[in-house]
Each structure stands twice: as C-alpha cells, then as structure tokens.
Write a protein that binds this ligand. Sequence first.
Ligand code: C2E
Ligand code: CA
Ligand code: CA
Length: 718
Amino acid sequence: QSRLLAKYLSLEPTEAVILTERERAYLDAAPAIRVAYDAQGAPLEYLNSETGTMAGFSALLLSRLSRRTGLKFTFLPASSYAQARKLLIRNEADVMCGFETDYDWMARWEVRSTRPYASLPMATVTNPAGRDEIVVAEDYLGGFWASRLTAGHSTVKTATAGEALQRVVLGRSRTTFLNAYAAGYLLRDTPYDGFTTMAVPGYVRELSLGLSPEAPNELLGILDKGLGSLSPMEVNDFLVDSLAASEPMTLKNFIAKNPLSAILYLGLVLGAAVVALLAIMWYRGQTLRNMRERLYVDPLTRRWTGQRFRMEAEKLFQNDPDGHFTIVYLDILEFKYINDAHGYDQGDRVLRAISEHLTENLAPGEMSARLMADHFVLLLLGDQASSEGRVYSLWRGLKDISWMSHYSMSFNAGLYLRQPGETDLAAMLDRANYARSAAKRTMPNLVVSYNESFRESIRRDKEVEAIMRTSLLQGEFVPYFQPKVDMATGRMVGAEALVRWVRPGQEPLLPDRFIPLFEKNGFIVDLDFHIYEQVCAHLSQWLIAASPVVPIACNFSRLHIRDRHFCGRLEGIAAQYDVSPQYLELEITESVAMENIDLLVALMRRLQRGGFSIAIDDFGAGYSSLGLLQRLPANILKLDRSFVDAITHRTDRVIIEGVVNIAHKLQMNVVCEGVETREQAEVLRSVNCRLAQGYYYSRPLEAADFARYMMEFAERPG
Ligand code: C2E
Ligand code: CA
Ligand code: CA
C-alpha cells in the first residue's frame, strides 16, 4: 500500500513535511507517542544498559523523525520482537519500530504500517556440524519465505534471533536466517571456524513502523510523511553511525572468515547492499568519513558506486516522470582473461580507463557507474534505437585509445527503455541485464534491447520455474546416453549422459532450452545430482545383468565447485547403488578453471582419490590455454565441436595435432566431440586423436536403446 501511495501520489522526499489541518491539530494536542522496540534487537535497536536508553539504527532514525515532524516519542523496551508486537496489539504502545509487514497478521489484529524505511538483505548462517534442522526466531520469515525456505526440513522456533543463532553456534541446529547486519554483529565473539554465511537471493526484510489498532489516522499520516522526507542518503548515514556506535570491533574475525562478499555482490545489484558493504568496510577499519565516502565513491574508478547511481537515477525519475531514459547494462567479456594474462594491475588500469571513457562521453544529465567487477551501468537520454548507436560508438571510441587496443576485448550490452512513470531502477536494471544475457548467448560485441518478446520469455521462464521441482520429483528429467567410440576399432569405450526433459505427450526437450535458466536460478545443482543418481541406478542394473558395461560420464555445472560436500555426496550416491567410481566420469567445463584454478585443482585431486575420472569439457570453446591444461590433473580432455568444424584447414590441423600431443604427454585421453562425417573421423585419426563422440557414430540414445547398443558394441573386458 505504501509503495502504491508513494507511486501514485508521488510523495517525493522533500525536507519539508506538509501536514493537513487535522494532522496539525492532532500534533498540537498529542501526548508523547509510545514506541515499542526490541531491546535485544542489536544492532538495529537495543537497550543500552549503561545509559538505560534506546540505541541503534532505529533510535537515530526516530530522533530525526521527531525533529522533522514535531512528534514526541517515549520508548518502551520489549524483551523480544514478538513481545513488542504484543504491546502494539494491546494498545500499550502506539507504534513499534523495526516492524516487518506480514499482511495476514496485520489484518487479524488491525495493525497498520507506514511505508518501509530500510531494506536489509537476509542471510543464512550454517554450522555444517549442526544437527539437520532449521531454527528460526518466531518473528522471522513471514508466511511466504517460511514455507519456501524451510520446506522439507524439520524446523524449530525460538523467541529471538539471538537464541536461534545460539542453537546454531552450539551445533543443536544447522541453519538459521537473519539479516546480514545482525549476523555480523551477533557472531562477533564466536569462534565460528567453518561456519558459512550466504545471502538468500531475493529475500530482503523491509522495516517500517507498525501502528496499534487504536492509533489515529493522523498519526499514520504524519509518520508516513516524516519517513517520506528522509532521503536514502540520510538513512544510510544512520546505518553507518549506528554501526560505529555499537560495541567493539570484533566483527573483524567474522568477516575475515566468512564469504560475505556473496551478499555484497547480490546487494549491489539489487541496491540493498548498504548493510553488507558497511560490515566489510567496518572490518577494514575504515574511519567513518571514509566509510561514508566508500558508499558513494567506487574506490577503483573514483567514480560513482552502484548505490549512488541508483539514488541519483531515482531522483531523476521522480523529477521527470515521463522522460525518455535508457538504462544500459554493459559487461566486458572474459575480463578474467586480461587479469590472467596481464596481471591485476593492468586489469584495474583497463577498468579505470573504461570508466573514464564512459563518463567523459556522456551528455549533460546522463550518468554511469561501475556495478561490480567488469559490469557497468549507464543512463542515457533518448530512446532505445539512438542509445544502441551510442553504445556502439562508445565502444568504438574505447578502441581508439591506443594503449587499450593492445588488449583484445569484447562486450555485451542490454538496454531497457524506461516507461513513463516507472521509478524502480532495480527492476529496470534487471530487464537490461536480462537482455544482456540474451546477447551473451548469441555473440560478442552485441547490444540487445529489451522488448515484448523478452517479457514473453521471462513469462516462460517463470512457468518453467513453477513446474521444475515437481517435474524432477515425477521423474521427467532423464539421462540419454551418447556413446564414445575408439575410432581405430569402432568399439564403444564409454558414454556421456545428457539430460532430456520428457514431458508427457511432448517431444523430449533439449538442455539448451532449460539449462541456462537452471544455472541462473541454481536448480542445476539438484538436477545434476538427480541425473547422476539415475546414471548410478542404470549402471547398477547393467552391472547386475553382467553384460559388458562402459564408464558413463556425467556433466556438472560450475556451481558445484564451491560445495564442500560435493565429493562426499557423489561417493555416497555411488555407494548407495553399489557402483564403483571407476564406472563414473565427471565432466567439468574448461571455463571453470578461469574462475578459480586452485579450488578446481584441489577438488579434482579429491575426486580422483575417490576413484572418479575427470574430463575437461568443451576445451577450445573459450579462451583455452595450454598453460592452464598443464596445471589441471585431468584424465580426459574433450575437444569442443568447434575444433572439428575447423579441421579441414591445414593450419588448424597443425594446431589440433599439437593440442592432442600435449594432452597425451600429460597422460590425458583425448575425446573429440561432434564428429558427424567419415572424413572428419579420418582427419582426426591422422592427428592421433583416438576417441570420438558424435552423430556419425550415434546420437544420444534413450536408456533402453543404449543398453542394447552396449550389448552389441561395447568393448569386452580383456
Ligand atoms: P556437451 O557436454 O558439450 O554435450 C555434447 C552436446 O553435443 C550434446 O548436446 C550432444 O547431443 C551434442 N552432440 C553430440 N554429437 C554431436 C554431433 O555430431 N553434432 C552436433 N551438432 N552435436 C552433437 P545436448 O545433449 O543438447 O547437450 C547440450 C549441453 O547441455 C551439453 O553440452 C552440456 O553442456 C549440457 N548438459 C547436458 N546434460 C547435462 C547435465 O546433466 N548437467 C549439466 N550441468 N549440463 C548438461
Ligand atoms: Ca559434456
Ligand atoms: Ca562438450
């Protein structure tokens, strides 16, 4: 409701709070407003035991609100959030702060709320040694999130977030949810080696003021207007200040050991990062002035941060409700390659130059910022068509900087034309980014504009997301098997499992239709394990039937790489089906190595100790490097289809021969993918490549067909 109000009555933040006559009359006669708060809600709000007064973010906010509106507050400490809510419904308090909208509950008790004044990203804190159980504070997780996040797990409730966290720390429960800000604060004295903290994507806790059933409408009006007069910058300042005022600086350890950066990145894009950003700067021991500056100034480029961009853009949208603006989301492709090849200093220099170039070539009224890493955002005046041209010419201009031409770089950009009246930058950025990811799938140096067809494909994505989990449970995702053949003998030496989505009464769906989406929303992790488990189930049957059986390769997304239980889970499933890991190969794409080679090498070693073979998939599709290859302890190298396409040229043949020989020297088997003709097979054999996979030998086969194929063509042992 408050969002709608803000939108249609366009209550812009202005310092002045303009009251109606009735509101003014109420204010003149009003007694002090009783405000309930959670005395243990540090650092958001708490009872400072030394002074006996309320402290924290809410205290600062309310004091400013009092100055703006003329309202007088008295504060009532409650022992928990739930307790504060009780004071509210019993009319023992007029207002409560830090209130989270929960419409069912509000309707039941006739409680109302103001517009939200802060959004805090939510995080999970997990103790891997804890008992398999989720613990939540009574007041957390309004209905929707509760069911989504705890489905299928046993759950216990505690009165406060602090107690919930306590259970996790003691190992009595495994996971709890709380806002990232509080997570840092509460864990400050805990030896939490091995704990993990992760942002819950999309879950942001919005705080507002709750009003008791008997609070007069005038009070709601005044509070709402007062909050509306606070600018995002002021609210950010309160967060900074309250963080500085709360307790000693022991957050340090916490952040040193926990990957809060996940929260940071998520937040930057969503524009809700303030809190996490602060926590990280806090750890770095920044002074207050510095901290505030870093909120708005990107330390690398000395230009705007995403946060600042958002605030300025939203100001612009409000001042010019019908203006034509285009939001551009720009991504430099394979930037990691520049870092790898030239070092981080050079990488930074290039990013600075790009940022410089973009900003200098803006027209008055336009703006730009670096969102994260090599992602930039622009706001251009004008419509999509003219902006597309602008982006191309901006990029061309960049190539004209002579020292920059030394780096071969390409980019993708997505454009979104802001519609009249739209004010939500995060939503616009999302759409521009969506268009960008479509560009990424097609080709480098492409600008794609968001249009109606994207709306359609987003709708389709939503439909798919709505059914994917049920589909998985109903067994609609099944592996097909494509043989791998020894070209010299024509015998099958292995196979690759390739997922197909088989919906009743429809043609099997190919992975390129759904895997990109699943990689975005994380479902690929479950899907990979599911396919792997089915492969184990099939293998176990085939092994029992004592027919010749070949090793089967399963594909694993890059999203598994950081999972510390990955190897254990794979071993567990194989053991459950009584399949020895020697029958299992794991395919991991080469691009993973670009992200974090040390992590990957460690994981590969661990998997190999478990008896699995590892294949590097799609070698040659991206920026492959032979240097990289040398560092990876892989058993198998799979050459991408693009190699086969190139093979008719003599020079390319020389290159392939070189790669094959090096791989052989490194003790790797080489499999060539996508072999479609006899000529290709022959050339491949002439360059020493022995193994091949492709339509020429067989298309991917359904399990039953594959079992028959295996009977006929599999190499018999010995
Ligand atoms: P990939 O791992 O490179 O798999 C090979 C793809 O090439 C398969 O496409 C296969 O059907 C196709 N192919 C094989 N021989 C030929 C040929 O001679 N000519 C041509 N034009 N194509 C050939 P598919 O099944 O559509 O799979 C596409 C991609 O989806 C796979 O590429 C893999 O990256 C991914 N994928 C498939 N199943 C899974 C899975 O269970 N988990 C994950 N994470 N990814 C999967
Ligand atoms: Ca593969
Ligand atoms: Ca491949």
